[in-house]
Design a protein around this ligand. Structure first.
Ligand SMILES: O=C(O)CCC(=O)C(=O)O
Length: 264
């Protein structure tokens, strides 16, 4: 099934001057805050686009009855691509997971004034393998609006990524991830966290990307969501994350061939 043009994929490893320190903090605390990833202009453009895309509020307390989510963002805007494949993010993913790790989901989350705190959870808990264990996923949450003590900043429970199955932190073990617009928190799928209560008078807009090992089922089905004509225009790293890759020996094949052939 391998061809001269498309073989098994081995992207990376990406490396930035900050990678070693970022990774050390991540492995110790289960999370690391990455500052200055998105410019003020990009944040403003994302916010304007979000206002066009955002609609109804959530369907249950976990989605947030006063929270608006935009799903399937890859079919709706190109403004978030750079956040999903930011080199500082890919550099950490390269160290955590096997090559050809996947994007699991991507969404905009707008927590409106009056929203209650979300329940504490982990993002890879639906892969029902007993803990403690290595993370099977990881996530970013980018502050598009500045995250403050009162506007619903993500609540993080540091160093809870090693807790065994059946143990969870108390609310008093969490802290609000206060950070300026353009920064992001990167955390392991095993870390306990939640969206915060918004006790301010302003919305809190965030973008989140979740990633997983290449041999797990992602939460979104990007092949059905993103039309082929759109896929043809995307950055190779983004295509790989969407599943346009072959993880050895042949995971991801289409009709015995590399999935990129379907875009030719
Ligand atoms: O919006 C946030 O700060 C976190 C949301 C979250 O963890 C989730 O919806 O799974």
């Amino acid at each position: 099934m391998q061809t001269a043009r498309y073989g098994v994929d081995h992207a990376g490893p990406h490396q930035t001057p900050e990678t070693e320190a970022d990774y050390e903090t991540l492995i110790r605390d289960g999370c690391v805050v990455l500052h200055g990833l998105v410019s003020a202009e990009q944040c403003a453009a994302i916010k304007a686009q979000a206002q066009r895309l955002i609609g109804q509020t959530g369907r249950n307390p976990f989605e947030g009855l006063n929270t608006q989510r935009v799903y399937n963002v890859l079919a709706k805007t190109r403004l978030l691509d750079d956040l999903i494949i930011h080199p500082r993010v890919l550099a950490l993913l390269d160290r955590l997971f096997e090559p050809n790790y996947l994007l699991s989901q991507a969404q905009l989350i707008n927590i409106r004034p009056g929203e209650a705190a979300q329940s504490l959870h982990t993002d890879d808990g639906f892969y029902r393998i007993p803990r403690p264990r290595p993370p099977l996923g990881a996530a970013t949450i980018f502050a598009i609006d500045a995250f403050t003590e009162t506007n619903g900043a993500t609540r993080i429970a540091p160093r809870t990524h090693q807790l065994p199955t059946g143990e969870r932190p108390g609310d008093d073990e969490t802290f609000p991830c206060v950070m300026p617009a353009g920064s992001a928190v990167f955390f392991l799928g095993t870390l306990w966290h939640s969206g915060g209560a918004n006790r301010s008078l302003q919305d809190r807009l965030a973008f989140t990307g979740q990633y997983c090992e290449p041999w797990l089922r992602p939460q979104e089905n990007f092949f059905l969501e993103v039309p082929r004509e759109t896929a043809r225009t995307l950055h190779p790293d983004l295509l790989r994350l969407m599943g346009y890759s072959v993880h050895a020996p042949f995971m991801g094949m289409v009709d015995g061939m590399h999935p990129l052939r379907t875009l030719e």
